[in-house]
Ligand binder design. Structure first.
Ligand code: NA7
Length: 532
């Protein structure tokens, strides 16, 4: 990789996942000079890093793809209803090669700082490779779940075995054959990897702090007839998906809780359980608002766990008690069944946290457990982690971390006062992680491209939100979230999983309402933005 010194570009893009790749493609289409910096040695972002066994998307593959190019979506074929990580990574590479993206991506190059130069009205970007690039626009395509949350246990360096984080999995994979393995955490990454690790390891112990809801994926090969139908109707289906609150096609019934007898409700939950995936939460339109309905939906899942897991004590420990859907619902393949295996044990650490690691393993509840390998499935410093880990400074040298000390503040989840021409793809305050990320990414990248086009057409250099607009947006997001059951549990949506992180509900619930707001703002000539 050649070092870039004192180069000037129109757009510097950070991250070569699906957001950064599409931003580069759009920038080129507008005739702009763009450069992408990527920490990894390949494209794919999330799918480059999360190579843990069993890693799979929880959105159906026919929907989890780009729609900006008709030929691309017609040419590509997915093998399974829910694609596994290697296939999604192949897709990312296919797109990168097809549009010749890699020549403008500087791999294995981490952006360390980005400072706004007030006088020159440029972003000065520097990397760990010594690049110094000046850019008119800075696009942070850094991902929502990309900064690993590795716990800081005492004794980590004493542990004699190997430890891994699911989001930083070794490229060559890990062979657990004959090994005594610990998995710490029971989020989506754990729920996907536990069944696979259990089949390989000599023994697996799962350390659970909070149990999680999971619905079955009912994964299967893509039926060629369904694929042909999908492809014949792709544009119509994509438009329909955008009307769904999470940008997906699964049906959300326009029926509120309480308007049907309990027996009908249970039959509907059963029907959706059999369909698999997120559709479970679409049984009633208000399941994330109405606690009574939510309780019934949750109890239905707990009953399934009790039916599946043979040991009643283990089953009870696996039963979550929080609001279902409050944390992103997990979509599993054989998770609960795994606890019926002789080589799998569950340890509840809700009351006695892990005290420390030792040379042989770890200590909790006054007991030492011996392991050859420990897997941290402990999640991410979500949504703000990757932004706050870069030294980003706006007007007057104000650090972004300082501005966001009490939690992130944005306008549309895209921009923030005092940081002109800084664009956050799927940033806090946008629907992002509550949706299918691919259409959400495309909507944001298209919006940013339109803004840049608008500035150029009007001979303007900079854009940033007005303070009033940002304050009103933050209030608006809080108000929407406050009307739901989302704030009721300790989720990463709230930053509750990272010690010391301010508690702010970060994503915007409701994709169609969000898109409408964006469109109205654009139509008004970008109300709420100051241009210069
Ligand atoms: P998650 O969903 O944040 O899950 C992390 C898990 O790790 C969760 O069960 C945590 O328990 C547990 N955890 C975190 N820190 C600790 C410590 N210190 N000790 C014990 N247990 C701990 O991350 P995932 O990677 O599984 O999934 C992230 C998203 O990726 C997911 O929602 C999908 O959208 C895809 P807690 O619940 O905090 O008590």
């Amino acid at each position: 990789v050649d070092r870039v010194e004192d180069a000037t570009v129109d757009i510097a893009i950070v991250g070569a996942g699906f957001a950064g790749m599409y931003m580069l493609h759009r920038a080129r289409g507008m005739g702009l000079r763009a450069v992408v910096f990527e920490t990894g040695d390949g494209v794919g972002g999330t799918w480059h890093w999360n190579r843990y066994p069993g890693a799979r998307c929880d959105v159906e593959s026919m929907e989890y793809s780009y729609q900006f190019d008709e030929e691309l979506q017609q040419d590509w074929s997915w093998s399974e209803r829910f694609a596994a990580q290697p296939e999604i990574l192949r897709y990312a590479n296919h797109v990168a090669d097809r549009f010749d993206l890699k020549r403008d991506i500087r791999f294995e190059t981490k952006v360390t700082a980005a400072h706004f130069d007030d006088a020159a009205e440029l972003w000065r970007v520097s990397t760990d490779k010594g690049d110094t690039v000046a850019a008119t626009h800075l696009v942070m395509a850094t991902g929502c779940l990309s900064s690993a949350n590795v716990p800081h246990f005492e004794g980590m360096e004493e542990f004699g075995g190997d430890w891994y984080h699911t989001g930083r999995w070794p490229k060559d994979g890990v062979d657990f054959t004959g090994k005594r393995v610990a998995v710490i955490g029971t989020g989506s990454s754990a729920i996907q990897s536990i069944p696979v690790i259990a089949r390989q390891a000599q023994h697996l112990t799962v350390f659970q702090r909070t149990p999680n809801y999971a619905v079955p994926a009912h994964n299967h090969p893509v039926d060629p007839e369904r694929e042909a139908w999908f492809k014949a109707n792709y544009s119509e289906l994509r438009e329909k998906a955008k009307q769904g609150r999470s940008g997906q096609l699964y049906s959300v019934r326009d029926v509120t809780w309480g308007s049907e007898p309990l027996e009908t409700a249970k039959a509907e939950f059963a029907r959706r359980w059999d369909l698999g995936g997120f559709s479970y939460l679409g049984a009633y339109i208000d399941l994330l608002v109405n606690k009574e309905g939510n309780d019934v939906a949750a109890e239905f899942v707990r009953d399934k766990i009790r039916e599946t897991v043979k040991d009643p004590k283990t089953a009870e420990l696996l039963c979550p008690t929080s609001v279902i859907g409050c944390k992103r619902l997990c979509v599993d393949t054989g998770y609960f069944e795994t606890y019926n295996r002789d080589n799998v044990a569950l340890v509840d650490i809700s009351k006695a946290p892990i005290e420390r690691l030792t040379e042989r393993g770890l200590i909790t509840g006054g007991r030492e457990y011996d392991f050859d390998a420990i897997v941290f499935a402990t999640g991410f410093d979500a949504m703000t982690g990757s932004l706050n880990r870069i030294d980003i400074r706006g007007r007057g040298g104000l650090p972004l971390v300082e501005k966001w000390e009490a939690g992130p503040r944005t306008y549309l989840g895209l921009t923030t006062v005092g940081f002109p021409n800084l664009f956050l793809i799927t940033g806090p305050g946008s629907p992002s992680v509550l949706t299918n990320m691919l259409p959400t990414i495309e909507q944001h990248v298209d919006y940013v491209s339109d803004i840049i086009d608008h500035l150029r057409a009007h001979g303007q250099n900079t854009i940033e939100p007005e303070q009033d607009a940002e304050d009103a947006w933050v209030d608006h997001v809080n108000q929407i979230a406050g009307g739901t059951l989302y704030p009721s549990c300790n989720s990463w949506y709230l930053g509750a999983n990272v010690p010391g992180k301010p508690r702010v509900f970060m994503p915007y619930p409701g994709f169609p309402a969000y898109v409408k707001k964006c469109q109205e703002i654009a139509a008004s000539g970008y109300a709420g933005f100051r241009k210069g």
